[in-house]
Design a protein around this ligand. Structure first.
Ligand code: ADP
Ligand code: MG
Ligand code: MG
Length: 886
């Protein structure tokens, strides 16, 4: 296959092959935008390199041809002594991984051509600076040298010169630095810095390929669930220079505000600077709007191009550009990352602007983003100790203890502590710490700094550019300049950061519900003037219109049921009755378990029944008119008894003292009798109902009589009885007979459906038989995952799941997102076989997967009727059910 594509040969849909950067450079080239000419080496070539350790044999020839073409076009050659062609060697995978991989600029410079560049540009300082940057980037990226070697040398040069500003180093200083750098390269590798431009280019290309598997790239991919085998393309792009003087510069721009979605001019610009300087936050940038004063022509060009790009991509674009002596060049664009709030606002704005339709708008927002918008905010009325106000780079409200290093953040998080990672600026090595922290605070950089971009991508709260804060990592202090005269914060102190306003507070600030939650609660009207709420309302309404899946909630109390209902739940998919046996009722349960005679047993059950009826009255009342699936008692009985160790000690102590342990002795005997090696696989669910006479009957009587009472009051209760943990149809027949007998006894005038959970592989496999005795199925995917994998969730998650994730055995815990191939296949089997017996069998799912976006799409695809999830996930489930239907 073809391994190299000229920018003019590609287009935006070729991301898999050319990477996002290459595909979009091609697209811009073909749109006639000013892109410096170049070509892209495909991700196929990278994959070969990563698999075999060598680039494909044909690659060299193909590159030769494209280099020739480029040289002709540019009218100069790589390494040409009097006027060299310089190129950048840039990474770019199909999926954007900001700052994760490597790029080498100024490739083509050597001891000869640096003089040519100096002469050509009339700016020797610039030429030597470009050369020292090449050796520095090459040393770090290609040769694997420590960055400190170079940075220390620069610091020393500045010290010798008595300055702290890079710009004060003149051509001679930089020339001397180049010598120092070259010596460092020689010391490190035992070889000279390669003078041949083509060698530089090939080595840099291979280094970019290798950077696909750098530790930080691997970590980032795991975090973002990006497949590990895509590989990266490499873009060879002729250099343009933003560092030729004050009439040059480099910047980043967004076609809309990526944190709010508002239209306008957003970005950062830095005069007399090259590429990375902006993102690295080395010097402070100016807002893009200032470019209008600095260079009106380039500014106008840029505005026009931004409009073109937005019109073309029909979405927010982010852009990297460089101005070389008053001429604008486009170096990168892509559909830009954005905050959750911006995603909703942009989607509905684009509908209003007639750019996309509402289906498309719904596709462009995600349940995970909606979940983010439901996080609490700082309480506006709370007393706050404001330390400083900087740039709100990634929204949210976060409090935690100050830590200064990523290692400290990770350690603290492992101890269960909440921390805020405070840095001067972050770099890709901080990823671990950023993941571990509640939020990130930096003293340098703007909305496009590394910290800001990565935090937005992760949905982490971030405040950056807090210049009032003097962050001294070595000393472990933050000194506050200006206002509060030198106040000092140390590691471990609590601070709070507001990623929307950019405010930083001392201490922990209390939080209040977000406006989006207030909207779902019904306390904030969609037309009350909050534009975000209005956008959310429109897209939720559309999701409800298009979705086929019903959305129910898992709720055991009337409060939860009522909240879920406000959030849009269309019933209860799972009410667990276990909690109804806890608290003060424990004693009755103990009596039940200790009962020696039928009379004792009946007495104990009789005590529990009115209590259960009371619970159901409330729950059915809260869900009046909507289905309420009540699962009969599931867990093993001993879970309701005191711990065996404690009891044994108590009894032993009593005996020691010559006292009568009394009731405790009987309890202990019961606990010992009921003790199970594997309670998860023991006497629970339907087994319990069939073994303890009267238990299920009592629960069903409570349900039926509660329903009857409500009916008498003119209400519309709709209970459904669900039998857990069925593995054989005989079990269900027996349980069902008993349920039906009780229902007939109580005499309810409306049919109460009787169904079962499918949570054992056997049940899924014989679902055709089980369907004969069931009016509905509800897939209990938590237990089904445990029983399919043979995992005991409580034991495996903390014990070794992190290592399984690291080893790539799965990309996400099967308890978090449904394992489609295994557990999912059983669900599909259960659906198909169940419906084969009973075409109108009602099918739902009530595991935690019911609130997980990926899983919801799966449940839609297999044809379930509804998902059931926790009350707070209801809006997410509604939205994703809508998206799944498109
Ligand atoms: P990233 O994927 O990290 O954004 P890039 O390949 O875009 O890496 O390059 C890093 C920096 O170098 C960017 O600021 C980019 O604009 C700049 N850059 C890349 N190629 C060139 C070039 N040919 N001329 C000038 N600047 C460049
Ligand atoms: Mg870039
Ligand atoms: Mg279960």
């Amino acid at each position: 296959p073809k391994l190299v594509y000229d920018f003019a040969e590609g287009n935006k849909d070729m991301k898999q092959l050319l990477g996002g950067k290459g595909a979009n450079l091609a697209e811009m080239t073909n749109l006639g935008l000013p892109v410096p000419p170049g070509f892209t080496i495909t991700a196929d070539a990278c994959r070969v390199y990563l698999e075999t350790g060598a680039v494909p044999a044909e690659l060299a020839d193909e590159i030769d041809k494209h280099v020739d073409l480029l040289q002709q076009r540019m009218g100069k050659k790589l390494g040409q002594a009097d006027d060299p062609l310089l190129v950048s060697v840039r990474s770019g995978a199909a999926v954007s991984m900001p700052g994760m991989m490597e790029t080498v600029l100024n490739v083509g410079l050597n001891d000869d051509s640096v003089n040519g560049l100096a002469h050509q540009s009339g700016n020797p300082r610039f030429a030597w600076d470009a050369y020292r940057r090449l050796i520095q980037m090459f040393g770090k990226t290609v040769l694997g040298m420590e960055g400190d070697v170079f940075e220390d040398a620069i610091d020393k040069a500045k010290q010798d010169k008595g300055t702290s500003n890079d710009l004060d180093l003149d051509a001679d200083d930089l020339k001397a630095l180049v010598e120092t750098f070259k010596r460092a390269v020689h010391d490190h590798t035992g070889r000279e810095f390669p003078q041949d431009p083509r060698t530089q280019m090939d080595l840099a290309t291979e280094a970019v390929f290798r950077s696909w598997n750098s530790d930080r790239a691997i970590l980032y991919r795991r975090q973002e669930r990006i497949p590990t085998d895509l590989g990266t393309a490499v873009n060879i792009c002729s250099m343009v220079f933003g560092n030729l003087g004050m009439d040059s510069g480099t910047g980043v721009a967004f076609t809309r505000d990526p944190s709010t979605g508002q239209p306008g001019v957003y970005g950062d610009y830095l005069q007399n600077a090259q590429g990375e300087d902006v993102v690295a936050g080395i010097r402070n940038t100016v807002p893009l709007a200032d470019l209008e004063q600095i260079d009106k022509t380039s500014y106008d060009d840029l505005m026009e191009i931004m409009a073109t790009l937005e019109g073309h991509y029909r979405d927010l674009c982010d852009i990297e550009f460089t101005i070389e002596r008053g001429k604008l060049w486009m170096l990168q664009t892509r559909v830009g990352k954005r905050t959750a709030a911006a995603a909703f606002r942009i989607a509905t704005s684009l509908v209003d602007e007639g750019v996309i339709d509402t289906d498309e708008a719904l596709k462009r927002v995600k349940g995970a983003q909606l979940a983010q918008l439901m996080f609490p905010r700082f309480d506006a009325d709370a007393e706050k100790d404001l330390i400083t106000k900087a740039i709100g780079a990634s929204p949210g409200a976060a409090s935690g203890k100050v830590v200064f290093t990523s290692a400290a953040a990770v350690e603290a998080a492992d101890r269960g502590e909440k921390v805020i990672l405070v840095r001067r600026e972050t770099n890709p090595d901080d990823l671990h710490g950023m993941i571990a922290a509640q939020g990130i605070l930096t003293s340098r950089g703007g909305k496009t700094s590394h910290a800001a971009v990565v935090a937005r991508g992760m949905g982490k709260t971030c405040v950056c550019g807090a210049e009032d804060l003097d962050v001294n990592v070595a000393q472990g202090t933050i000194t506050l300049n200006g206002a509060a005269n030198g106040m000092i914060l140390e590691a471990g102190e609590l601070i709070s950061i507001d990623g929307t306003t950019g405010e930083v507070f001392r201490g922990e600030v209390p939080v209040v519900p977000s406006p989006v939650v207030q909207y779902f609660e019904g306390t904030l009207a969609p037309d009350a003037g909050d534009e975000l709420v209005a956008s959310v309302h429109r897209l939720m309404t559309h999701a409800d219109e298009v979705r086929r899946l019903g959305v129910r909630t898992n709720a055991d109390t009337a409060d939860d049921a009522a909240r879920a209902r406000r959030f849009g739940a269309e019933g209860i998919g799972l009410c667990r009755t276990e909690h109804m046996f806890l608290g003060e009722r424990r004693e009755s349960v103990e009596r039940l378990i200790l009962a020696d005679t039928d009379a004792d047993l009946e007495a104990a059950l009789a005590e529990l029944e009115p209590l259960q009826r009371g619970d159901f009255l409330e729950l059915l009342g809260a869900m009046d008119g909507l289905p309420v699936t009540i699962r009969l008692i599931d867990p093993p009985l001993h879970e309701f008894l005191p711990s065996m160790e404690e009891l044994a000690v108590k009894v032993a102590v009593a005996r020691e003292r010559g006292e009568d342990p009394g009731r405790d002795a009987a309890l202990l005997a019961a606990v010992q009798r009921l003790h199970e090696q594997n309670p998860m696989l023991g006497l629970r669910g339907v087994r319990l109902g069939l073994v303890v006479p009267g238990l299920f009957a009592m629960q069903v009587r409570a349900i039926a009589s509660a329903a009857k009472e409500l009916r008498a009051k003119g209400k519309d209760p709709r209970p459904e009885v669900m039998i857990p943990l069925v593995g054989a149809v005989q079990e269900l027949h027996l349980a069902r007979d008993e349920v039906e007998r009780v229902l007939a006894e109580v005499g309810v005038d409306r049919e109460i459906p009787i169904g079962t959970m499918i949570e054992l592989p056997r049940a899924a496999v014989i679902a055709d038989q089980i369907a004969e005795a069931a009016d509905f199925f509800s897939f209990g995917t938590n237990d089904l995952t445990q029983t399919t994998w043979g995992f005991s969730r409580d034991d495996v998650e903390s014990a070794f799941f992190s290592r399984y994730l690291e080893k790539g055995i799965f990309a996400v815990s099967p308890f978090e997102s449904i394992d489609r191939e295994g557990v999912g296949a059983l669900v599909r089997t259960g659906v198909d076989r169940g419906r084969a017996t009973k075409p109108d069998l009602k099918l739902g799912i009530c595991g935690e997967h019911g609130g997980d976006p990926d899983s919801i799409h799966f449940f839609h695809d297999v044809g379930l009727d509804y998902v059931s999830c926790s009350p707070f996930r209801i809006p997410v489930a509604r939205l994703e059910a809508g998206r799944a239907a498109l």
